[in-house]
Design a binder for this molecule. Structure first.
Ligand code: SAM
Length: 258
């Protein structure tokens, strides 16, 4: 079992380092991210993510579920007070347990079977986290981040994923490397775009496939549209010209057979 270090000041260097994980630059430099809440931390550990630091409010140290987590933590355990915890937490009611986990981005070779969602330059981490959660809920395998995407390990994305960040594989590729990889894969690709007349209910979906979704502003790039076996559209019946990206992904994932 790890030694427990008590920290009472947010000026402590370990706390400052954890706080710096709010910035993409430092998440990239250290290769870790922060996840809030005991449930999420348990999920991460049980799915094999490496827990580097466990931060616990001192009042919760005696709880049986927290004790169990402390005994399985191979990294450092920090006992903190209210003020340190609220400095690190992004929630109005700070969680009593936070975990610093090592990031896990898979290679393109992980894209084999099942349903994958490819996102073209997704920019909003809230959308990304919601999509990760939805892919998990719908039984998908993973998310392919294509081009200059926001960081899946941004606090807003991790929070919106509600723990699914640990259960959905993530692959990151440039558009060029995706197009190269596509030549070697037999997976069918269905893209969604407004520039088509094919209704999303009119095609049959394979059990193993990639669903390509476009950027929030620009939609799916011409190059990626060219990579698709089918391009489909969900009807826009009112005055709205498109659906929100995460909503569109959810509708598509549940339109597919089990
Ligand atoms: N102005 C953008 C455009 O022209 O595509 C709208 C982008 S929309 C907010 C973000 C993504 O959600 C789209 O690229 C597409 O993948 C998907 N999407 C949203 N509404 C859709 C619809 N009605 N049919 C098909 N895809 C849709």
């Amino acid at each position: 079992m790890s030694l427990i270090t008590t920290i009472t000041s947010s000026a402590n260097p370990q706390i400052k380092k954890i706080k710096s994980l709010e910035l993409r630059k430092y998440r990239k430099e250290y290769g870790v991210f922060l996840s809030e809440g005991l449930r999420s931390v348990i999920e991460g550990v049980s799915l094999g993510f490496h827990l580097e630091q466990l931060i616990v409010h001192h009042d919760s140290l005696g709880r049986a579920d927290v004790q169990k987590m402390i005994s399985s933590c191979k990294g450092a355990v920090l006992s903190v007070n209210d003020s340190v915890l609220s400095k690190l937490s992004h929630k109005d009611n700070p969680q009593t347990v936070l975990g610093v986990f090592r990031q896990k981005i898979s290679m393109a070779s992980a894209i084999q079977n099942g349903i994958w969602v490819g996102l073209d330059q997704v920019r909003d981490p809230g959308n990304l986290g919601t999509i990760i959660r939805t892919v998990d809920a719908a039984g998908g395998q993973g998310v392919i981040l294509i081009g200059a995407c926001c960081d899946p390990y941004a606090p807003e994305s991790v929070r919106a994923s509600m723990g699914s960040i640990f259960n959905v594989a993530l692959v990151s590729m440039t558009e060029e490397s995706f197009m190269d990889w596509r030549k070697t894969s037999s997976l069918e690709i269905v893209g969604t775009a407004l520039q088509t007349d094919t209704d999303y209910t009119s095609i049959s979906y394979k059990k193993d496939m990639i669903l390509l979704m476009g950027n929030e502003q620009a939609g799916l790039s011409e190059t990626l549209r060219g990579a698709c076996n089918h391009l489909v559209k969900m009807p826009m019946r009112g005055r709205a010209d498109s659906l929100n990206l995460a909503v569109a992904t959810g509708v598509m994932l549940y339109a597919m057979p089990d």
